[in-house]
Design a protein around this ligand. Structure first.
Ligand SMILES: Cc1cc2nc3c(=O)[nH]c(=O)nc-3n(C[C@H](O)[C@H](O)[C@H](O)COP(=O)(O)O)c2cc1C
Length: 350
């Protein structure tokens, strides 16, 4: 886990990454970076993570997941994002940022989607015209150029968890009969290609992809369809999906899916995620052949967990008490509530 990972010209110091994790309520409706965002990322970089993928950041105001979420839809947002990238680099970590379009699963009640359908019982998803698809690709290109200007080493498209690219990739959401229905990964593919063409050669462009979309076979097929236009695959769950791992598999279904993508694409840097919560979990995940272990909630508990593990020191762990997690904007609106895992860790090292 202490070995560097090379992706194109970038050397990442170890195999522990922070996956994107939104911090709702830290910004406002304008989506500008706040001091709190900068210090959050600084702590995890100084804490030893090799790679930090900054949280889902909306490419347009309409495409947000919540109305207090970071944005990258206008040039004025670059200055704050640069402070995040600089803080991450100063801590010795590599800095990527996740670019989000939530599609039918966001705040837009009349949302762009692959096909007409109702999402979460509240949003009318409308089938995007081919023109609208091209405009959306252009939004991602503009956002990626802002990310590069802000000093990030790379971007990942949010292509899992049921948001726009994930909806296109999944036959339970994509009922199109045109080429975007025939090749479910085509929209993501064209967007990756356009972003790569617009950004510098050494800028890293990848995707967080559903390994199950809805099945593992579909996830692997989508990964293969993107292999020549993505620099890495950060594998996670799909949207409406049938995730599984065989009995006895030592890690999460998401890591199992990642390991199968790695098996199919041995030269591709592949990341895996979910419940990697300590040293043994990282070892087990990396032993499946994947290249990078994403530790999400564990980093919210202990921002220095990577360094603590690498130096053999005590570290904090997620206690799986979802109610206290900052993720859920509807249940966890009170920023003063404290994470029980963090409290337990602080007591244990006193
Ligand atoms: C607070 C929070 C925010 C999240 N935000 C995002 C996000 O912005 N983009 C994303 O792809 N996944 C997001 N996720 C999912 C995580 O990246 C990760 O896949 C998930 O937490 C499982 O990993 P873990 O068990 O290590 O926490 C979020 C999860 C949490 C807990």
């Amino acid at each position: 886990m202490n070995r560097p990972l090379k992706i194109k010209g970038l050397t990442i110091r170890n195999r522990i990454a922070v996956p994107p994790m939104v911090c709702f309520y830290w910004t406002d409706d304008n989506g500008y970076v706040t001091e709190r965002n900068i210090e959050h990322y600084r702590a995890m970089a100084e804490g030893g993570a090799g790679l930090i993928i900054v949280e889902a950041t909306a490419v347009t105001k309409r495409s947000r997941l919540a109305d207090t979420e970071l944005g990258i839809w206008e040039d004025g947002q670059i200055e704050g994002l640069k402070k995040i990238a600089d803080a991450i680099h100063a801590g010795g970590a590599a800095a990527f940022i996740q670019l989000l379009h939530a599609g039918g699963n966001g705040i837009d009640h009349e949302a762009d989607a692959p096909s007409d359908m109702v999402y979460r019982k509240v949003n009318n998803g409308h089938e995007m015209s081919k023109e609208r698809i091209k405009e959306t690709t252009a939004d991602f290109v503009a956002a990626a150029l802002r990310a590069e200007k802000a000093g990030f080493d790379g971007v990942e498209l949010h292509g899992c968890h049921g948001y726009l690219f994930s909806q296109f990739c999944n036959s339970r959401n994509n009922f199109r009969t045109d080429e975007y229905g025939e090749n479910k990964a085509l929209f993501a593919r064209e967007t990756l290609q356009a972003v790569k063409a617009a950004c510098s050669d050494d800028f890293i462009v990848g995707i967080r992809l559903g390994a199950f979309e809805p099945t593992l076979e579909d996830g692997i097929r989508n990964a293969r369809a993107l292999a020549d236009v993505t620099d890495f695959i950060d594998a996670s769950y799909g949207g409406d999906c049938d995730a599984f791992a065989p009995e006895g598999f030592p890690c999460s279904p998401a890591v199992y899916g990642a390991s199968k993508i790695k098996e199919a694409l041995p030269d591709m840097p592949v990341f895996g995620v979910h419940n990697i919560n300590g040293r043994e979990d990282i070892e087990a995940a990396l032993a499946t052949g994947i290249d990078m272990a994403d530790m999400g909630k564990a980093h919210l508990v202990d921002p220095a967990i990577a360094g603590h593990i690498l130096r053999g020191e005590p570290y904090g762990q997620c206690l799986h008490c979802k109610d206290y997690c900052r993720w859920n904007p509807w249940e966890m609106a009170d920023p003063n509530k404290k994470c029980p895992g963090a409290i337990k860790f602080a007591r244990s090292v006193k």
